[in-house]
Design a protein around this ligand. Structure first.
Ligand code: HEC
Ligand SMILES: [Cu+2]
Length: 336
């Protein structure tokens, strides 16, 4: 019994430690902003926190002062003086909150307009159509004429507009280090803009419970300098051709097994599976598995065991020879 009590006593501390431990992953935190949107959100959070701490300190100080100053002293048996209402006090505690709310209202209003302003800036604002699927992301670069799966590339230091769509259920597009989250809803188009102030890989999450593997619906936003970004776009428009014999053999396996029915490797994608034109450039398979041959094979043989309820076909009986060639082909799909 005693043991249980001491365990319980440490529970809040343990939970708090776990909670804080989750806040540190690089480029997956709103507490280390990397763009104007997330910087604004962060500053606003700090401002509200400072105001709240100020209020808490004042209120608790008064509370404790009164608690000690006016407590009953030994031998003090007189009935205390009764007070009802104090105009000065009531005005004070009405006016101070009004001032505090007014301080918060100014950035709330200007910031809301700033965050919602998805008008293009200049003539070359990149617009990307995002579609949330169970449990992966599709990124259509309609002006440039190609589709990307899982990883979304943007130029650094520029406003990028995202047009958000949902394919099946409601998902939510969120890159914590760059900005707020916005839902992707079937039948409705939402908008969001983001900007990355420095090059890097920013991790993204689906932020709306969308099915059994919602937690694995991860993606990456990759910010490149303008010239590198232009080179990437050109690469995506001219997808790589396999050079090695094994990879060429693998392309046949790919074509003969109906992979092409769901996966585009060229141009605009179909809607049922991620485009694979730059698959070999990914850091992860299916958004979260380490990029190794073993994981790739495991995924193709039995995707259900790795991501429950996803819409990929399983190929448990593919021969080792076909599998080796197929993996060589998939590994050749890279944009320099
Ligand atoms: C019925 C449609 C369908 C077919 C057929 C199909 N896939 Fe998929 N595939 C998917 C879907 C959907 C996903 C995304 C699953 C997820 O992450 O939720 C996927 C994911 C993948 C991925 C991971 C992609 C990434 O971006 O990380 C690879 C690799 C892949 N498939 C390879 C293949 C190969 C090789 C074949 C043929 C042997 C094949 N697929 C056949 C639908 C399909
Ligand atoms: Cu989702």
């Amino acid at each position: 019994m005693e043991n249980w009590k001491s365990v319980l006593r440490f529970l809040p501390l343990t939970l708090l430690a776990l909670l804080l431990a989750g806040c540190g992953e690089e480029n997956l935190t709103a507490l280390d902003p990397k763009g104007p949107q997330s910087q604004w959100l962060y500053d606003y959070m700090i401002l509200s926190l400072v105001i709240m701490i100020f209020v808490a300190v004042v209120v608790f100080s008064i509370f404790f002062i009164i608690l000690f100053k006016f407590r009953r002293k030994p031998g003090d048996d007189a009935y205390p003086k009764q007070v009802h209402g104090s105009t000065a006090l009531e005005i004070t505690w009405t006016v101070i909150p009004i001032i505090l709310l007014a301080i918060l209202a100014v950035p709330t209003i200007t910031g809301s307009f700033m965050l919602a302003d998805t008008e293009p800036e200049g003539d070359h604002t990149v617009t990307i159509k995002v579609t949330g699927h169970q449990f992966w992301w599709q990124f259509d670069y309609e002006d440039e004429g190609f589709t990307a799966g899982q990883d979304v590339y943007i130029p650094v230091g520029e406003k990028v507009v995202f047009e958000l769509h949902g394919q099946d259920v409601i998902h939510s597009f969120w890159v914590p280090a760059l900005g707020g989250k916005v839902d992707t809803i079937p039948g409705i188009t939402n908008h969001l803009w983001l900007q990355a102030d420095e090059p890097g890989i920013f991790k993204g999450k689906c932020a709306e419970l969308c099915g059994p593997e919602h937690a694995l619906m991860d993606f990456k936003l990759i910010a490149l300098e303008r010239d590198e970004y232009d080179a990437w776009v050109a690469g995506m428009q001219e997808p790589p051709e396999p050079q090695e014999a094994l990879a060429q053999q693998g392309r046949e396996v790919f074509e003969n097994n109906g992979c092409l029915g769901c996966h585009a490797v060229n141009g605009m994608g179909t809607a049922s599976g991620p485009a694979l034109n730059n698959f070999a450039n990914r850091k992860t398979i299916a958004g979260y598995l380490d990029f190794t041959d073993e994981n790739l094979e495991a995924w193709i043989r039995d995707p259900e065991s790795l991501k429950q309820g996803n819409n990929m076909l399983a190929y448990p009986d593919m021969s080792e020879e076909d599998m080796t060639a197929l993996i060589a082909y998939l590994r050749s799909l890279s944009i320099e």
